[in-house]
Every structure is written in structure tokens, then in C-alpha cells.
Design a protein around this ligand. Structure first.
Ligand SMILES: [Fe+2]
Length: 223
């Protein structure tokens, strides 16, 4: 009897603790861009940037918050099926939030150095492994164009082998196998209003505004 009462009391305390954690959890918010919507023109149009950031990314943020709320409620009720059911929404919308947050910092206006790979350890690694930036771009483009449906093309860094790798992920799956240095959004919403079905034209333009300084910083932090 005492043991049962104790078990109930422990379960209640545990649920209350989870509930407190849930209520204290910070909501995710849409990050501000470090440049204006028109700052990447002509490589990426202001219209695409505004819709991509304020509509698409914002939807991932809102849906991630809703999915985490669903998960918190399921956990508080020891609802295992509910917990499992919330996972795919968290993966999709959480990936969308993480990937886009990285993507915006991945880009820089041309007049602020966008597209310019300056001397440093990243440039040295690209030259050593790929023979230069142009060769790297060709290889990334080929893999990006081969993505079936929606996804992302990445230049990733593997700290264990100290090497760069080109990787693609499906849908909004984030890059987990490597430290992402540069991610290219290959969803139609990234280019269709500007280039329609011409993905190659989108890729040619997006390289003009890649923020290589940020990419190198990520590589340094990974070591
Ligand atoms: Fe996107």
C-alpha cells in the first residue's frame, strides 16, 4: 500500500517536473536576416528572399513549436504512441528551421565579399581535395542536380578525417554526418520564381553569394 502510494507520488512529481520543463521551454523564433531582402540581387531576387524567409522558414518555425508542444503533452501523459507520432513533424520542421537558419548565414551580398573564397585553411583544403573552387562547384552542382524531389546539397567537413565531403540530404533532413560548411537549398521555392525549372541557373547564381568566410569559421570551430 505504502509502496503504491509512493509510486503514485513519484509519478505525479515526475509528470509535474516534465510539465514545468515543457512550460519553461523556449519557443523557436524566426531569425532576422543579416542583410536586406534585396541585398543578394541579382543572384537571388528580393521576392524569393522575402517569401523564402518570411513565409517558408516561418512556417517551419511555427510547425516546429506546435510539434514540440504535442510532444511535451504526450510525454507528460506517458503517451508513447503520441510521442512516436510527433517525431516526423519534429524532424521535418526542425530540419527546416535548422537548415534555413544556416542557409541565410551561408549567403552574403557580393559587395560584402559574397562568392569570394579568400586564402585560408578552407581554400587550401578545397584546392588539395578538389583541385580548386571551380572543380568543387562542378561536383556539388552535379550532386545537387541529381537530387530527386526536394533536398539539400552540402559541403560538409568531417573532423575525424579532417576532410571535406559533398553530401546530399532528402527533404529537410539536416546534415548530421558532417559539420555543414555550405548548404544549398534545392527546394523549388528557392529558385522557381526566378529561374522556373532551370536548376542549373539557380546554382550558377547561388555560388556568387556564398559566404565563404562563414564556411571557414565553421570549419575552424569544428577542429
Ligand atoms: Fe528553403
Amino acid at each position: 500500500m505504502i509502496r503504491t502510494a509512493l509510486a503514485r507520488s513519484t509519478a505525479a512529481a515526475s509528470a509535474a517536473s516534465r510539465s514545468t520543463v515543457a512550460s519553461l521551454r523556449m519557443k523557436h523564433t524566426l531569425p532576422k536576416l543579416p542583410y536586406d531582402y534585396n541585398a543578394l540581387e541579382p543572384a537571388i531576387s528580393a521576392q524569393i528572399m522575402e517569401i523564402h524567409h518570411s513565409k517558408h522558414h516561418n512556417t517551419y518555425v511555427n510547425n516546429l513549436n506546435a510539434a514540440e508542444e504535442t510532444l511535451s503533452n504526450a510525454l507528460a501523459k506517458n503517451d508513447v504512441k503520441g510521442t512516436i507520432a510527433s517525431q516526423s513533424a519534429i524532424k521535418f520542421n526542425g530540419g527546416g528551421h535548422v537548415n534555413h537558419s544556416l542557409f541565410w548565414l551561408n549567403l552574403a551580398p557580393e559587395k560584402e565579399g559574397g562568392g569570394k573564397l579568400v586564402d585560408g585553411q578552407l581554400k587550401a583544403a578545397i584546392e588539395k581535395q578538389f583541385g580548386g573552387l571551380d572543380e568543387l562547384k562542378k561536383k556539388v552542382n552535379a550532386q545537387a542536380l541529381a537530387i530527386q524531389g526536394s533536398g539539400w546539397a552540402w559541403l560538409g567537413y568531417d573532423p575525424s578525417t579532417k576532410s571535406l565531403d559533398i553530401v546530399t540530404t532528402k527533404d529537410q533532413d539536416p546534415l548530421l554526418s558532417h559539420v555543414p560548411l555550405v548548404g544549398i537549398d534545392m527546394w523549388e521555392h528557392s529558385y522557381y520564381l526566378q529561374h522556373q525549372n532551370n536548376k542549373a541557373a539557380y546554382l550558377e547564381n547561388v555560388w556568387k553569394v556564398v559566404n565563404w568566410k562563414t564556411a571557414e569559421e565553421r570549419m575552424k570551430q569544428a577542429n
